[in-house]
Ligand binder design. Structure first.
Ligand code: PEP
Ligand code: MG
Length: 307
């Protein structure tokens, strides 16, 4: 079976009736790039940048970050690399941030909320990301968005960083796409308002499911109640896809659900542009896409959760 999958390297992600989808990979550190290339992913849909902060005993410097992002960008050799900014919180303990203990870390001071409070930390990461953009096709993605004002503030800070780099004569790409994770019900519900603000959406189904079903994703006791295929989640995904396409931006899914073989046809029926999965799932997903005739199943699959 592995050998048969290997024969799909270099092949297109296209359905029987000609619909295409991007299949990207999720990574957690530059050392995962070998697996990405071996499995022929079309790009990186989610590079979780937390490892830089978790492995370090103090704030990682701009140079350290730049080196890691540059390595990934160069190794990807022109393929799109979506790097997500810092997503830590009270659940992922990083001593030097001195985060107070919280009763509800999942709903607490985390991710973009830290970045918009600690602009110095945020700017250091953005400088490193923009500098690395001169060495490959980097896109920047922001986690845990709930409101339009957050996105506007992010864009203001990103513009300041570009101005500072320009003034200092430091090269960066003018083409860097800025996107957001859709992983809160609020963001999904107002995705029509968020779409005109950004270049792309990526749905984080791990958190979106947690917040929508009110189920702590780390609580084993709730497994029976954790319905990953809940119609509320599938409706959100369709809403987000429709709103993205109305605004002319691309959208994908980078949560675990993207790799769920039972949903591949449904995602194609919804019209998602990209699925980002752990590297070992890339070729299996390509196989499923190439076996699907979307036109034949679209109406039935959509009716299953829309009606
Ligand atoms: C998600 O929430 O689905 C996601 C991709 O991000 P993380 O798992 O890192 O929270
Ligand atoms: Mg998340």
């Amino acid at each position: 079976k592995r050998r048969l999958l290997q024969e799909l390297r270099g092949k297109e992600n296209v359905t029987v009736d000609g619909q295409k989808v991007l299949i990207y990979a999720n990574i957690g550190s530059p050392s995962d790039m070998g697996a990405v290339l071996a499995n022929d992913a079309g790009g990186i849909g989610l590079f979780r940048s937390e490892f830089l902060y978790l492995e370090s005993s103090g704030y990682p410097s701009e140079e350290e970050q730049f080196a890691a992002y540059r390595t990934v960008a160069e190794t990807a050799a022109g393929k799109r690399v979506v790097i997500r900014t810092l997503d830590i919180g009270a659940d992922k303990q990083v001593d030097y941030f001195q985060l107070p203990k919280e009763d509800n870390p999942a709903m607490g001071y985390r991710a973009i909320r830290i970045c918009l409070t600690r602009e110095d930390v945020f700017k250091t990461q953005l400088r490193a990301l923009y500098r690395a953009s001169a060495f490959g096709n980097i896109a920047i993605m922001f986690p845990m968005i709930t409101s339009v004002w957050e996105v506007r503030e992010i864009k203001r800070i990103a513009a300041e960083v570009r101005e500072e780099l320009k003034a200092a004569g430091i090269p960066y790409s003018e083409e860097v796409e800025l996107g957001i994770m859709i992983e809160t019900p609020a963001a999904a519900m107002i995705s029509d308002r968020l779409a005109p603000e950004v270049d792309f959406f990526s749905i984080g189904t791990n958190d979106l499911t947690q917040y929508t079903l009110a189920i702590d994703r780390q609580n084993q006791k709730l497994e029976r109640f954790y319905d990953a295929h809940h119609p509320a989640i599938l409706r959100f995904i369709k809403l987000v896809a429709d709103n993205a396409h109305k605004a002319g931006i691309w959208m994908g899914i980078c949560g675990e659900l993207a790799a769920d073989p039972e949903l591949t046809e449904t995602f194609l029926a919804i019209g998602v542009d990209e699925l980002s999965v752990s590297p070992p799932y890339v070729l299996e997903l390509r196989r499923r896409v190439r076996e699907t005739n979307v036109a034949e199943v679209r109406e039935k699959l959509l009716a299953a959760f829309m009606e």
